[in-house]
Design a protein around this ligand. Structure first.
Ligand SMILES: *Cc1c(COP(=O)(O)O)cnc(C)c1O
Length: 427
């Protein structure tokens, strides 16, 4: 961690106990952690709050599949799974299934008794190379996604060789033009899968291209196309008395904006982490951002008016001021595009990021925060949706979306769960 920053090492020496405490206990409360190193505080109670809000938004009986790909959108999959998979007094977890992008991500998850879906389609031409991960998935009964007859045959062959039955789902492309079998070929693929004794058709799914636009007709058209293809499959399964495949389509935006698309299961990602899928804080939905990114003030230096700061001297101080140094840079995922645009929060006050964000360090203007001292915490990404350092604000400054801000946060920033004790006591 922090190999490039001498000051960072100093801070860790000074506050070494924080790291030791974090290592010794998976769940701990923020109040037990002294400052001293950059860290992501992940709120267990916010995750559970968001899951409850999603439960209340869908009808009873609709399952929730938590999307935890890309290390749970940067939040730390182990922390998120630990929170969402825990059973309450009634024996029910906050969510009903988990989904990741690939088998490597599934293999890295803590052991849980929930179905695991893998959304990256099986692709037959990688044959030899994907054999091992396919065997792992079949052995653990993870659901694999297939979009072609050749892929279905490959999975079936592997399953037979293992004397196992493999669970698969078919992704139908209804207009996204990304992964998925073309609508015209979908029924035939269903028939192919159903003809193979080694395959169990666990699900039928599609993905929306613009569900965050409430008034756009595309989602309705995609849904109508999906139902037209899948209704006969579900009816036939019901007539045979078998377990019909689960149908699912809704991402976070569709959960809130297109209730007709909820079907048997919904697939929220960004909303579980407390971010509104429209990319702006919502007045209607009380989602709670689960992530707060903090780092210590490593150094403060007084500078004269006219002093230039950082690479390329892109910012020159218009006044005598104090420049604060924070041990986080673009190598940690604090984007260089935020240079001279974003603000951080110190003592509850916004302080602008001045000069270029470099690989391991960034600089802030503390001219309006006279109380700031070395060792104080700086909030780089705030869990208040209306903060000038909210993920919405950072995404806007970097011309991207909250998803990308989250996913870029690097492995050298420690993820720490907070609020565990308080939450258990309250529930
Ligand atoms: C990422 C993903 C989701 C979740 O989308 P959000 O907008 O984060 O809710 C759902 N389904 C699929 C197939 C995905 O890849």
């Amino acid at each position: 961690m922090c190999t490039g920053a001498v000051g960072c090492i100093m801070a860790r020496v000074a506050h070494g106990s924080a790291g030791e405490a974090a290592a010794s206990s998976k769940r701990m409360d923020a109040t037990h952690i002294s400052s001293g190193e950059p860290r992501l505080l992940i709120s267990r109670s916010a995750l559970l709050h968001n899951a409850r809000l999603l439960r209340q938004t869908v009808a009873a009986g609709v399952r929730i599949c938590a999307i935890i790909k890309a290390d749970a959108y940067g939040h730390g999959a182990a922390i998120v799974v630990d929170a969402l998979a825990e059973r309450d007094e009634s024996g029910r977890a906050a969510i009903d299934a988990l989904a990741v992008a690939c088998t490597e991500e599934a293999a890295a998850l803590p052991a849980v008794e929930l179905p695991i879906l893998i959304f990256r389609p099986v692709e037959e031409q990688f044959g030899g190379r994907q054999r091992a991960s396919m065997e792992l998935a079949i052995g653990r009964n993870w659901t694999l996604t297939v979009c072609s007859a050749a892929a279905a045959e490959d999975v079936a062959r592997t399953a037979v060789a293992m004397e196992r039955r493999a669970s698969v789902q078919i992704m139908v492309d209804t207009g996204m033009t990304r992964s998925g079998v073309d609508a015209a070929a979908a029924r035939e693929l269903v028939a192919t899968v159903q003809s193979k004794p080694a395959l169990r058709l666990a699900g039928l799914c599609t993905h929306f291209a613009r569900s965050e636009e409430a008034a756009n007709g595309m989602t309705q058209r995609q849904l109508a196309g999906f139902l037209e293809i899948t209704d006969p499959v579900v009816k036939a399964a019901a007539q045979r008395g078998g377990r019909p495949p689960l149908r699912h389509a809704a991402n976070s935006a569709a959960v809130f904006l297109h209730p007709a698309s909820h079907l048997d299961m919904v697939r929220p990602g960004i909303s579980l982490y407390g971010i509104d899928p429209t990319g702006r804080p919502s007045a209607a939905r009380k989602l709670r951002p689960a992530m707060k990114w903090v780092a210590p003030l490593l150094m403060i230096r007084a500078v004269r008016a006219g002093t230039a700061v950082g690479y390329g001297q892109t910012w020159t101080s218009p006044r005598d001021t104090r420049i604060g140094l924070v041990p986080v840079g673009y190598a940690d995922g604090y984007l260089r595009a935020l240079s001279n645009r974003a603000s951080v929060i110190v003592h509850g006050q916004a302080a602008p990021v001045v000069g270029r964000v470099s690989m391991d360090l960034l600089t802030i203007d503390l001219g309006d925060v006279p109380a700031a001292r070395v060792g104080d915490d700086v909030v780089l990404l705030d869990d208040d949706p209306l903060s000038p350092a909210s993920v919405y604000a950072l995404a806007r400054h970097a011309d991207t979306i909250p998803y990308e801000i989250f996913c870029r946060i690097g492995p050298r920033v420690r993820r720490i769960v907070v609020g565990a004790a308080a939450e258990s006591a309250r529930r």
